[in-house]
Design a protein. Structure first.
Length: 146
């Protein structure tokens, strides 16, 4: 996936140099719409920057790893609790997220797929109400263990 490689490279060029806000700026266009990027607070990139060194380390480690993964069907089949797969309809890379969502739903025992209309990847920050409603609905409807 060329876009993924480009964002890892963009983060990689900034993160190790301590330019964490620049790393955040390199990453966010990969998942956020232009409208979402415009709506972010002025200091958002500065606040989110510290999350990028671990993100980069994880992405780099996964690129060369060939052993068992949490996403292997055998591993996912062991998940016995309900799993909420929540995605904003306007999320960039919708095909990638939809494919990932479908894959998880096919391999866990109790998937609950919810697509929120009119929101994107940043719905928790920019439109928290529909996210909260989906979470409340999910937790109210799943069967609680005795």
């Amino acid at each position: 996936m060329e876009d993924a490689t480009a964002f890892v490279d963009g983060i990689g060029g900034s993160g190790p140099c301590g330019r964490l806000a620049d790393a955040a700026r390199a990453f966010h266009p990969f998942v956020a719409t232009d409208d979402e990027l415009t709506a972010l607070d002025a200091d958002y990139y500065q606040r989110s920057g510290p999350a990028f060194p671990p993100l980069l380390r994880t992405a780099q480690a996964n690129q060369g790893y060939e052993g068992p993964r949490a996403t292997d069907p055998e591993s996912m089949a062991r998940i016995s609790v309900p799993v909420l797969l929540l995605r904003g309809q306007q999320t960039r890379r919708a095909t990638w997220y939809t494919d990932a969502e479908r894959y998880v739903a096919e391999h866990v025992a109790d998937p609950h797929v919810v697509e929120l209309p009119d929101v994107g990847h940043f719905a928790p920050a920019l439109a928290p109400e529909p996210v909260a409603e989906a979470l409340i609905s999910f937790f109210e409807t799943i069967q609680q263990p005795a």
